[in-house]
Write a protein that binds this ligand. Structure first.
Ligand SMILES: Cc1cc2nc3c(=O)[nH]c(=O)nc-3n(C[C@H](O)[C@H](O)[C@H](O)COP(=O)(O)OP(=O)(O)OC[C@H]3O[C@@H](n4cnc5c(N)ncnc54)[C@H](O)[C@@H]3O)c2cc1C
Length: 443
């Protein structure tokens, strides 16, 4: 649905080219990296390439929730980096505000709305979780009547409203508009240019594609869920498929049945959670719950075709909004999330500090990608900054095991998470052990 619009087209690269900075991957991470590099030093030659099209992957097919959190939620950040969580939260909010300021300054037309986030409890044990989160300053707790007055669902038992920490955006427009801004800043963009090789270390690095060679002083690999050009990085993430439905545009009368006047992004708070929001033309975009890992760690278009996941999503939609029984779904799609064992991005340097890489956003990378771009450029600069000194940036996550262990472990964890959702949140021995080891599986 998001990608179903006229989009800019950039030619592929053939022949040879030199660059001061090569950015591989034109999703949000690569786009922000190229843009901010050109802004930092307008004289440098920045080249951005993508194997496919600008924003075609996760960046063009996500839910469009732009969250301030850099750590896949405060709870995850607090558990892993208790000493720096306040700094991480402040940097995350600064990043979100900075993104809003950039969007305004560059005139990016991407349906940005700072709506805030409404987390809803749909099972009794989740009400206590929301109260605790409110006590920790994560938002305002609202009871059953109040939350249903905001958005009328018979499944809501309570809510947590965080006004400032979330915006919603049209994901594909954001990617296309960032590409336009890159072009305006002098970045050269090439699509259909798949980098398959990387050679050299001390001097310039040579990157090879089918029909091209690019020699670059420095590079950032922003390839997300796709196999990393740095082989040792490949075990640190797994592709997890996330499924989404979108309705036809609701009429005013249909929307009136559920309220939602404040248009917040909404998420329920089970381990397996749904996320949903309105588009500018009042469709409901409804995704999440199933997070499916396929044996072998592959990213394949065929994995998007999973009728059981779409049926389950549809059933949950009508349980949540029975008053919308006459609403039809017009679109369905899936995308691969690069899940890391710590649920948020990690960085590294290779080739004598000339190549930076970042990935592992799990399901919360729309806002964090801009921060990740800054960190990657800081790392390449080689001068310590407040960002590069963060423990979160200096440490890397534990890898997932190779197959068949990865598959067995992930399926057992998913089964346990589902059990916990249906047993008042109680976590079994496997989940408690993984928690103690700082390992896990999420979307
Ligand atoms: C269904 C879904 C819903 C989501 N919902 C949300 C949400 O609501 N909020 C949120 O914060 N996050 C969400 N996410 C996650 C978010 O979309 C991603 O974290 C974010 O888009 C990552 O951006 P990226 O640029 O790192 O990766 P991508 O957008 O995946 O871009 C990587 C690019 O690298 C290119 N590439 C890879 N290898 C090569 C190579 N060798 N040579 C050249 N190019 C290469 C690919 O073609 C691709 O275009 C969701 C993800 C999915 C799949």
């Amino acid at each position: 649905m998001w990608l179903d619009m006229p989009r800019p087209s950039y030619g592929n690269l053939s022949g040879s080219l030199t660059a001061d900075l090569l950015v591989v991957g034109a999703g949000y991470t690569g786009l922000w990296t190229a843009l901010r590099a050109a802004q930092r030093n307008p004289d440098q030659k920045v080249v951005l390439v993508d194997a496919d099209r600008v924003g075609w992957a996760a960046s063009g097919r996500n839910g469009g929730f732009v969250d301030a959190s850099l750590t896949h939620g405060v709870a995850n950040g607090k558990a892993r980096w208790p000493n720096e969580i306040d700094t991480l939260e402040a940097m995350g909010l600064e990043n979100l505000d900075g993104m809003q300021a950039d969007i305004e300054a560059l005139g990016l037309d991407c349906d940005w709305q700072r709506t805030g986030m409404l987390s809803v409890a749909t099972a009794p044990h989740q009400v206590a979780w929301l109260r605790e989160a409110a006590d920790d300053g994560e938002g305002q707790f609202i009871g059953q009547d109040e939350v249903r007055a905001e958005v009328a669902s018979p499944t809501y038992l309570a809510g947590l409203f965080s006004t400032d920490t979330t915006a919603i955006v049209h994901p594909a427009k954001l990617a296309f508009e960032l590409a336009r801004a890159c072009g305006d800043a002098g970045v050269r963009i090439f699509e259909h240019t798949n980098i398959t090789g990387m050679d050299g270390s001390g001097g310039a690095i040579t990157f090879t594609a089918d029909t091209a060679t690019i020699t670059a002083d420095k590079a950032v690999l922003a390839t997300n869920v796709f196999p990393s050009l740095i082989v040792r990085n490949r075990l640190r993430t797994v592709p997890v498929y996330d499924y989404v439905l979108a309705t036809e545009p609701l009429t005013d009368e249909q929307l009136g049945r559920i309220g939602w006047a404040n248009r917040q992004g909404i998420g329920d708070c089970g381990n397996q959670f749904h996320y949903y929001r309105l588009s500018a033309d009042n469709r409901i975009v409804w995704g999440g719950y199933d997070a499916v890992y396929h044996f072998g760690r592959k990213v394949k278009p065929a994995y998007g075709d999973r009728p059981a996941s779409y049926r389950l999503l549809a059933a949950h939609f009508f349980l949540t909004f029975p008053q919308l029984e006459d609403v039809r779904f017009s679109h369905r799609w899936a995308g691969a999330i690069d899940t890391s064992t710590r649920f948020c991005a990690h960085w590294g340097l290779a080739r004598d500090g000339r190549v930076a890489y970042v990935n592992g956003f799990t399901g919360l990378g729309v806002g964090a990608a801009r921060f990740a771009a800054d960190v990657s450029l800081d790392l390449l600069d080689g001068r310590p900054t407040e960002r590069t000194e963060l423990e979160m940036v200096r440490k890397r996550p534990l890898p997932f095991p190779p197959e068949p262990l990865a598959s067995v472990g992930i399926q057992a964890t998913r089964w346990s998470l589902d059990r916990a959702d249906h047993s008042a949140g109680r976590r079994n021995l496997l989940l408690r052990t993984l928690d103690a080891l700082g390992l896990g599986f999420d979307s």
